[in-house]
Design a protein around this ligand. Structure first.
Ligand code: ADP
Ligand code: ADP
Length: 237
């Protein structure tokens, strides 16, 4: 569970990115955050893994007081949170497989990765994750030779390799054409249902939100202005 209890976030320049956020996101929910550019969607999603840190209130993640776990606690907490970005954030010149394995902490700069020698278990795990998103055949290609949709699938596989309880996705389909965007949303949705991974996803496309979300949270100027099941949105509009 993720719980925001009166959370506010003021940036160092004084700008209030989040204002008194109160939210409870149960385990396994597929939540989409919508709002105009600048509404605070990135700020909200990034506050969950503390890429940006709330300045007031309480954030509870899986029964832990997330803002007071200390450095080591935060590292452990982040191990359970996969992150997906609009621009994939892959190591472009590395192979797909290496990118996926990089999701497992501690695998980034070891000698093993330099000589392409991965333990069999890890290879198997990485290939399984690539299989979940249908791109095992790309495993040995350089990441930057793949299409946008394929690169985003690599980043989903990388998140999965962490075996996370939560996946955060910041505009994951904003750089993709509509059919590819749908396909990637469907992958995320399938993974959510099959693995019971909590997903919190920023989208600016309301049609995609309505199609895939369990619940939609609307933000405006750092405040929650809508929070409801997709059926409720349909009734109002
Ligand atoms: P969205 O994801 O909805 O487009 P953001 O969360 O990126 O919105 O930004 C919300 C507001 O916070 C914007 O007005 C943005 O300019 C501001 N903001 C974001 N990051 C910073 C920062 N590091 N310092 C100051 N203001 C910021
Ligand atoms: P996005 O397109 O994802 O909303 P932005 O282009 O708004 O991202 O912001 C890119 C980076 O700049 C982010 O790390 C954000 O925190 C930072 N940023 C955004 N607005 C401001 C601001 N007004 N002052 C300082 N940093 C900002």
């Amino acid at each position: 569970m993720i719980k925001f209890d009166n959370v506010s976030l003021t940036y160092p320049n004084g700008y209030q990115g989040l204002k008194n956020i109160n939210l409870e996101i149960p385990k396994g929910e597929f939540v989409v955050i919508v709002g105009l550019s600048g509404a605070g969607k990135s700020t909200l999603i990034r506050s969950i893994n503390q890429m940006v840190r709330p300045t007031e209130g309480q954030l509870i993640i899986d029964d832990q007081d997330a803002l007071s776990v200390g450095k080591k606690g935060l590292r452990e907490m982040r191990r359970d949170i996969g992150m997906i970005f609009q621009n994939y954030n892959l190591v472009k010149r590395s192979s797909v497989l290496r990118n996926v394995l990089a999701g497992r902490l501690g695998y980034n700069n070891t000698l093993r990765t330099l000589v392409n020698l991965f333990p069999q278990d890890d290879l198997q795990l990485a290939m399984n994750c690539l299989d979940r998103v249908g791109i095992t055949d790309k495993a040995y290609q350089r990441a930057d030779t793949l299409s946008g949709g394929q690169q985003q699938r690599v980043s989903i596989a990388r998140a999965l390799a962490q075996k996370p309880g939560i996946i955060l996705a910041d505009e994951p389909v904003a750089s993709l054409d509509p059919p590819t965007a749908h396909a990637v949303m469907k992958d995320l949705r399938d993974i959510n249902k099959e693995d019971n991974i909590t997903m919190v996803i920023n989208l600016h496309a309301i049609d995609l939100s309505m199609e895939y979300a369990d619940r939609i949270i609307g933000l405006r100027e750092g405040e929650v202005v809508f929070d409801g099941k997709v059926d409720a949105v349909t009734e109002e509009t």
